[in-house]
Design a protein around this ligand. Structure first.
Ligand code: XIL
Length: 330
């Protein structure tokens, strides 16, 4: 049966999903779904700071390498996520980032040296900086990197990536500006100002990663989002969807069929708008509701009893209306 990766590839689009190594190795149905559906994978955990450098100077690429091997054996690609982020930082790094500018620069340099030299011929696309703008949207997020290096930490990171890998696609990845609510519209303006500033300072940057963690409780305005994408593209930047999933706002299981249809509609509207706006890479944040972070991460879980149906496959790996909406969008 033709999977989304093949359907998308026929139209020049790369589709894939976030993968967890331990599930790929433990659950045959999980691995089979990725083999069937994903032309590109992204590390859900394995490319993060805490995964790669759990202790200072002790790098562990074993989980990432397992994904690289899986991808290479099947002619797939792996995109990198995420070199500089305020979450998934090990305690030693959190502490060290409070010990002054030189210490912080040393930590970033050592991490980029080791990781980008290891992945240079294998990963051609990294989320170098992840979620730099505050949720409120009116300033840079207050992170250990910002506190240690100031706002120029973003410039430093992007330049450092380019210096280590001249042909890498350097991506700045962000969320919370996709929908038509005041804080998202404010975040769009803040994001555009950030992108313009970076490019005016000739900081190397190739693409904006649009995470795409959507909420059914929020309106989506395709024309407005298309206008924003056009502004990003006018800066000479590519755009890609990096973490698509859809948070539902209901908890009555009997509503599932009707709500799945609404989720599919939203998926089609969002993804087709992004594709019309120039996106050629689309990843969902997992493939099946069974393992969605929306169900397993307290910070975002919708609460007990809530059904999580924000991914293309259901708990039993069956294709949902959202799967068909993606196929239609491609
Ligand atoms: C999440 C993973 O899904 C979780 O398993 C992990 O515990 C924390 O990170 N935005 C991002 C991703 O850029 O890295 C996050 O992934 C989800 C939000």
């Amino acid at each position: 049966m033709t999977g989304l990766g093949e359907i998308a590839r026929a139209r020049g689009i790369s589709f894939g999903a976030a993968m967890l190594t331990h599930l790929m190795q433990r659950d045959p149905a999980y691995e089979a779904a990725f083999a069937a559906e994903a032309a590109v994978i992204v590390s859900e955990w394995e490319g993060k700071f805490a995964a790669l450098q759990p202790e200072e100077g002790k790098f562990d690429t074993s989980l990432l390498d397992a994904q690289l091997r899986w991808a290479q054996q099947r002619g797939r690609t792996l995109r990198g996520h995420a070199l500089v982020w305020h979450e998934s930082l090990p305690a030693w790094a959190e502490r060290a980032l409070t010990e002054g500018r030189d210490r912080a620069l040393g930590i970033m340099t050592a991490h980029f040296d080791r990781v980008l030299s290891h992945t240079r011929s294998q990963i051609r696309d990294w989320d170098v900086v992840n979620e730099p703008i505050a949720t409120a949207g009116d300033q840079l997020r207050d992170t250990p990197w910002l506190r240690a290096l100031g706002p120029e930490y973003i410039d430093i990171a992007l330049k450092m990536a380019r210096e280590r890998d001249p042909t890498l696609r350097i991506v700045l990845n962000e969320y919370g500006f996709e929908e038509d609510v005041p804080e998202a519209l404010l975040k769009r303006q803040q994001l555009l100002a950030l992108l313009r500033g970076l490019l005016e300072r000739k900081v190397p940057l190739d693409a904006l990663g649009i995470q795409g963690h959507l909420h059914m409780s929020r309106p989506f305005n395709a024309a407005s989002f298309a206008g924003f994408l056009a502004e990003v593209r006018s800066l000479g930047l590519q755009v890609l969807i990096t973490e698509l999933d859809i948070r539902e706002t209901w908890d009555a299981p009997q509503e599932i069929a009707a709500r799945d249809a609404l989720v599919a509609e939203r998926t089609y509207a969002f993804v087709s708008t992004a594709l019309e706006g120039g996106a050629r890479t689309v990843l969902s944040w997992g493939l099946s509701d069974k393992y969605s972070w929306l169900a397993n991460t307290p910070a975002v879980a919708m609460g007990q009893g809530r059904v999580h149906r924000g991914l293309p496959l259901d708990d039993n790996w069956q294709r949902k209306p959202m799967w068909h909406a993606l196929a239609r969008a491609f």
